[in-house]
Design a protein. Structure first.
Length: 408
């Protein structure tokens, strides 16, 4: 079995793990946000609030202490591994898809002419720098003004959305903005929330009264995570939809998504606080989403659509192979009615995943995807609508394997 297929299965396995851990993290986060906002704080006693809940045939009586209880409980459950596992699996997926496949998915030669190692370095460093800037802002006097801090954070995200689109492909840019935001969220848990809780636990064990400031700091970071969750999910899904990432307005679309995250979460946060249903937030969300749809279909200039990326050394090898003319004819005949600047297949507005296969250079640049989607598997064309024959699939496999030796 060649390395390409093994890498493809590794990507699938890690993606599966990433989705599972993300469900666990987001689920527990949303639950505790709703629980905290919905606590009954009119009951006398040492607790800050309590709540009765029913689930799975049983009743639960939950109490929250603003700082800490009088004594350390014998059994204490920590909610941290969901966050850690989500980030680690996401980072592994970033490596497998965008670093290993840098020439295909990370770099757009029409945006910036980068060597793979340069693009990978920018990818990694940007995630670290993002956390450093955000953490510095939170620890500055702005931390005492949550509203101003949130506005500044939004400005930072807009700047990063634009900056990523000036360096990477549209698909990679939005994915990296999601990773940038998710890194901030997970680092909030690992670097601030959990360490602060451990300080409180240590004080309790030592018989000291915990300082309330640690809970206040953790609450600020938790609130940020609450409002950033939905935009991160959108950005992680965006790589499947070229109408989101393959437009010149992709960075504006990404910026607007963060506003939708605020309006949606504001509705549910207010509802959980039992302060009523703010239906205007639904109207605001629909308006923003409509604006996003409009931006996605604004006509691009012809130059932007047809401009062709320079081929990499590897894609030049694919194009120079003796079997390439045969493979190019197969792809042009079976795939380019959808994968082209001007799509001819009814019901498809833009080339799926932004992949153009309407020229020799484009076909050579997407050799790996063609091999996996139409050579090894029957994923493309969908339902074999263009009637590609088994002999043609065999020709694609032979061409790819002879060039790479199964090493890509």
């Amino acid at each position: 079995m060649d390395l390409t297929i093994l890498l493809h299965w590794a990507e699938f396995g890690v993606r599966w793990l990433h989705v599972i851990t993300a469900i666990a993290w987001i689920g527990s986060s949303f639950y505790f946000i709703a629980l905290d906002l919905g606590l009954n704080r009119n009951i006398p006693g040492p607790a800050d609030g309590e709540e009765w809940q029913v689930h799975g045939g049983g009743f639960y009586h939950i109490q929250k202490y603003l700082v800490a209880p009088d004594a350390m409980p014998e059994h204490l459950t920590w909610f941290k591994w969901e966050s850690y596992a989500t980030w680690l699996s996401g980072f592994a997926l970033l490596i497998l898809v965008y670093w290993v496949g840098a020439e295909l998915f990370l770099i757009d030669w029409t945006v910036m002419d980068l060597a793979p190692w340069q693009a990978i370095t920018i990818s990694a460093v940007s995630l670290v720098i993002g956390w450093v800037i955000y953490d510095t802002l939170c620890k500055s006097p702005l931390g005492e003004n949550p509203t101003q801090l949130m506005v500044l954070l939004f400005v930072l995200l807009i700047v990063m959305a634009w900056a990523y689109t000036q360096v990477f492909s549209g698909r990679a840019a939005l994915l990296h903005l999601g990773a940038f935001t998710a890194t901030i969220m997970s680092a909030n848990v690992a670097m601030i929330i959990i360490p602060n809780q451990k300080i409180v636990v240590a004080d309790l064990k030592a018989g000291r009264v915990p300082d309330a400031k640690y809970g206040k700091i953790a609450k600020l970071r938790s609130t940020h995570n609450n409002y950033l969750t939905l935009p991160v999910i959108f950005l992680m899904l965006s790589n499947h939809y070229p109408l989101v990432f393959a437009t010149q307005y992709n960075w504006i679309i990404a910026s607007l998504v963060f506003l939708m995250g605020v309006t949606i979460r504001h509705f549910f946060n207010t509802m959980h606080q039992r302060k009523g249903m703010l239906w205007w937030t639904w109207a605001a969300t629909a308006l923003i989403f409509g604006l996003i749809v409009w931006l996605s279909v604004l006509p691009l200039s012809r130059e932007d659509v047809v401009e062709e990326a320079a081929m990499t050394p590897l894609s030049e090898r694919f194009a120079a192979h003796a079997d390439f003319p045969e493979v190019a004819n197969i792809v042009l005949g079976r795939c380019s009615m959808c994968h082209a600047a001007e799509v001819y297949w009814p019901g498809i507005a833009m080339a799926p995943r932004g992949v153009m296969l309407d020229s020799d250079a484009a076909i050579a640049s997407h050799a790996r995807a063609i091999y996996l989607q139409a050579g090894v598997s029957h994923a493309m064309p969908p339902g074999n609508l263009s009637f590609i024959e088994e002999a043609e699939r065999a020709a694609i496999r032979s061409w790819y394997r002879e060039v790479t030796g199964g090493a890509l």
